[in-house]
Design a protein around this ligand. Structure first.
Ligand code: NDP
Length: 312
């Protein structure tokens, strides 16, 4: 079995940054790209808050740059998916989707997080037929149409603003009487005349014979003035947060109640020697590209130290 000194799972800002640092340290890291090469950022448009880009940068361009930078220092990027992990003893063994196994002395888990759904049966029924969790990926199909975005955080506001540039009308369905998003994002949404915010509203189902044609919504559920009605829409976008992609490791590593991998203090160390968690999979608090990149850097530094100390 092939044994790798530093194996990195995930190709978002955390994974690539770990690759840059591990590469420069001469560890010849291998990055397993996973299902979404470039990570979650590739589902967004422009990144305005990553230091070093005063005019903003296209998210895909930024991830391409990070990838090339990691490759320049010797990181090998493989388009594969890890389906099983055995962290019972070192070297740790990962099984890939084709059945192949890889062993590694150090492992950096940078598997990120995935979009959450409401859990309605109709979301499954209409997935790819009007239901999406990525406005940037699918917004194009809704030009001059009417769409709804669910959520009241920064992601929902960003998606609603993006879709307003394409669609004729955007409803933002918010369960609380207020938005949770940052003030700047809220202003952007509230000042956009194409966006109508439906506060205190929940979605109970979707309908349509030919893909989504509308949503069954309820205003002030459980209150005396509760009101159910149908909202005609062509597209239904989820933006209600993310779930960390830690399932593969939950058996071996400590996770919190939401599934985020718990790391030790300020370090990306997990409870297993040589195994680190970086980026959104271990970050319930900040979830930013820059914080993910920083933790990827820390993980690679720790991995290098561990390999040196153990003569690996
Ligand atoms: P958040 O957790 O911040 O917000 C999730 C939103 O979805 C909340 O409004 C929440 O409602 C709502 N929600 C959750 N579950 C349901 C449900 N079952 N039904 C209806 N509504 C639901 O997630 P985001 O993805 O928006 O943001 C994650 C992090 O990333 C944040 O820290 C954010 O600031 C950051 N971010 C920053 C960006 C930027 O700086 N450009 C862009 C995007 C994200 P409720 O308020 O009632 O809980």
């Amino acid at each position: 079995m092939e044994t790798i000194r530093c194996l990195i799972i995930g190709s978002g800002p955390a994974g690539y940054t770990a690759g840059i640092y591990a590469g420069r340290a001469g560890l010849k890291p291998v990055i397993i790209e996973g299902l979404q090469p470039g990570g979650q950022l590739t589902t967004t448009t422009e990144v305005e808050n990553f230091p070093g880009y005063p005019d903003g940068v296209d998210a895909n361009d930024m991830m391409d740059d990070l990838r090339r930078q990691a490759e320049r220092f010797g990181a090998e990027i493989r388009s594969e998916i890890v389906v099983k992990a055995d962290l019972s003893k070192a070297p740790y063994v990962l099984t890939l989707d084709g059945g192949k196994e890889l062993a590694c002395h150090t492992l950096i888990i940078a598997t990120g997080a995935s979009a959450k759904y409401l859990g309605l049966a109709d979301e499954e029924k209409y997935r790819g037929q009007g239901v999406s969790a990525c406005a940037t990926c699918d917004g194009f199909f809704y030009r001059k149409k009417t769409v709804a975005v669910v959520g009241g955080g920064d992601t929902a506001c960003e998606e609603a603003s993006y879709l307003a540039g394409l669609a004729q009308k955007v409803y933002l369905i918010v369960r609380k009487p207020f938005l949770r998003a940052s003030k700047a994002m809220q202003d952007r949404v509230l000042q956009n005349e194409k966006i109508e915010v439906l506060f205190e509203t929940n979605t109970e189902g979707l309908y349509g014979n030919n893909g989504v044609e509308g949503a069954h919504v309820v205003y002030r559920r459980g209150e005396s003035d509760e009101r159910r009605y149908d909202l005609p829409i062509d597209g239904f976008f989820l933006a209600i947060g993310h779930k960390p992609n830690s399932d593969l490791f939950a058996q071996w590593l400590k996770t919190d109640e939401h599934g985020y991998i718990v790391t030790e203090g300020q370090t990306p160390q997990t409870g297993i020697p040589g195994v680190y968690a970086a980026g959104d999979v271990a970050d319930p608090l900040y979830r930013q590209a820059i914080t993910a990149a920083a933790s990827g850097c820390k993980a690679a530094i720790e991995a290098n130290r561990f390999l040196q100390e153990n003569g690996l």
